[in-house]
Ligand binder design. Structure first.
Ligand SMILES: [Zn+2]
Length: 477
């Protein structure tokens, strides 16, 4: 053998070896791709996502197809072809995994298929098995597709609600609803099954004090599949005019009141400037405590823990009322504006503070602008707050009864003198305690509509346009 033929022999041997290896590689891949539905579902609607993960460990993916089949008709939702690998290569450029998220029933170009459909997902790889077809994988998933929203039927008669006030609505909602309740502006008040009346639900709601009286009160329900029902409640909204107050802020007040709050609140830095310190506390910290109160409400117990009207602190004098609009003046200039969301009630120094109703203590600690604070949960999102206390006579987790002494009044937090700051909140929204102190209001506006089937009557057919009745302005207190 000369050198030349030896060279050809070796070259031929290498090519032959390479072809054998390639053939082994492509015929050797007997494993089909693996198709995984990442979030499997059997019910779907306009927003249900299909999350797909396809993997092929061997020769790699050649194609993935998602189809929708109903009554022998088939629609292709997605088809992906992956670039071909050179037949001679071993491993290399093929896709080994593929992820896809699509909303199979959200696309208007695909005929809406309600009822039972089958999702068929197929994939094949670059194996030479099956006469060079590749290994096929296929999964089928039967899905019930729904495009109808939950049904809502209002049962209680629409009673007027005041700005800053509360109300209740009793209704029926179909079983498919996953989330339902009252929405006013950005605020949502969840609904609960009504223990007093079978197969009905109710929502306590509050009309935020700072929303225009024309804001619609909506009863809403959604099924979690993207279908929504919405009905405007025929609730007359009584507009309120709030009092205006000017509060003068002095360096001495900031030093004596704001500094200790900052010292007890690690998230707020001492800016070493009286006005900036005041604004941080009155503004940033006030907002933060409001957010924390909303979070606290989300854990409210789904039961009525309270009984009858709430009580105002005994022998107390009202020093500030709900939603007083305060202008803060410092050095002759207006530096801040806030609503005072609660009642300031004063008796004598360190006066014993009574629980306004039965409930469970969910907070008893130093709490920003409110100083030493107790929050009592009364259930279904209703909570009362007692601020500026000098001492605690209860602790978190305890059940308390109406009238039980829970602490003593004081001037911790943002307070200029000894008093009790009392707030009522519904789902974290500050509401006017005046209503809840009135036994007749509680009876006619909350208790009766929930339990008295005789009062039950369907809501009148919805009319168009804003039709909130604006009541006369109350006399300034
Ligand atoms: Zn106050």
């Amino acid at each position: 053998m000369n050198k030349k033929s030896l060279f050809y022999a070796i070259a031929l041997a290498i090519v032959a070896f390479y072809l054998v290896m390639t053939a082994f590689y492509h015929w050797g891949d007997a494993t089909a791709p693996q198709i995984t539905l990442v979030e499997p579902f059997t019910q779907a609607g306009p927003t249900t996502p299909l999350v797909l993960h396809v993997e092929d460990a061997g020769t790699g993916l050649q194609e993935v197809t998602v189809r929708l089949v109903q009554n022998l008709e088939s629609y292709t939702l997605a088809q992906e072809q992956f670039s071909a690998q050179s037949p001679l290569s071993i491993g290399g450029n093929a896709e080994n995994s593929y992820d896809l998220t699509l909303i199979p029933f959200g696309d208007d170009t695909i005929p809406k298929r309600r009822g039972l459909v089958t999702l068929v997902i197929t994939a094949r790889d670059y194996s030479w098995r099956g006469f060079f077809e590749g290994n096929w994988a296929r999964i089928e998933q039967d899905v019930t597709v729904k495009f109808t929203p939950p049904r809502l039927e209002v049962l209680s008669s629409p009673l007027p609600v005041s700005q800053g006030g509360a109300g209740v609505v009793a209704y029926r909602v179909s079983d498919d609803a996953q989330r339902y309740g009252v929405r006013i502006g950005e605020t949502f008040f969840p609904g609960y099954p009504n223990a007093e009346r079978a197969f009905t639900a109710f929502s306590l709601f509050a009309f935020p004090h700072d929303l225009p009286a024309s804001t619609p009160v909506l009863l809403v329900a959604e099924d979690g599949l993207g279908n929504h029902a919405e009905q405007r409640l025929d609730v007359p909204v009584v507009a309120k005019r709030w009092r205006s107050r000017t509060i003068k802020i002095s360096d001495r007040f900031i030093e004596q009141t704001v500094r200790p709050i900052i010292a007890q609140t690690p998230e707020i830095d001492d800016m070493d400037d009286p006005l900036r310190n005041f604004l941080q506390v009155n503004n940033v910290l006030r907002k933060r405590t409001a957010d924390q109160l909303a979070a606290l409400a989300s854990n409210s117990r789904p039961e009525f823990l309270w009984n009858g009207a709430f009580t105002q602190l005994s022998n107390s004098q009202v020093e500030a009322a709900f939603a007083d609009h305060r202008e803060y003046r410092y050095g002759g200039k207006v530096v801040d504006k806030q609503y005072h969301l609660g009642f300031d009630l004063a008796v004598t120094k360190h006066y014993p503070v009574e629980a306004a109703n039965d409930g469970k203590v969910v907070m008893a600690e130093y709490f920003g602008i409110y100083g030493n604070t107790i929050v009592i949960d009364h259930g279904y999102g209703l909570q009362s707050l007692y601020a500026h206390l000098s001492s605690f006579a209860t602790e978190k987790g305890q059940r308390v009864a109406k009238g039980q002494i829970i602490g003593n009044s004081g001037m911790t937090g943002l307070a200029a003198g000894d008093h009790l700051h009392f707030s009522l909140l519904l789902q974290g929204v500050q509401i006017n305690p005046m209503e809840w102190w009135d036994p007749k209001w509680v009876e006619t506006r909350i208790t009766d509509p929930l339990r008295d089937p005789a009062r039950e009557k369907p809501a009148p057919a919805p009319r168009r346009g804003p039709r909130n009745r604006i009541g006369p302005l109350p006399p300034a207190p």
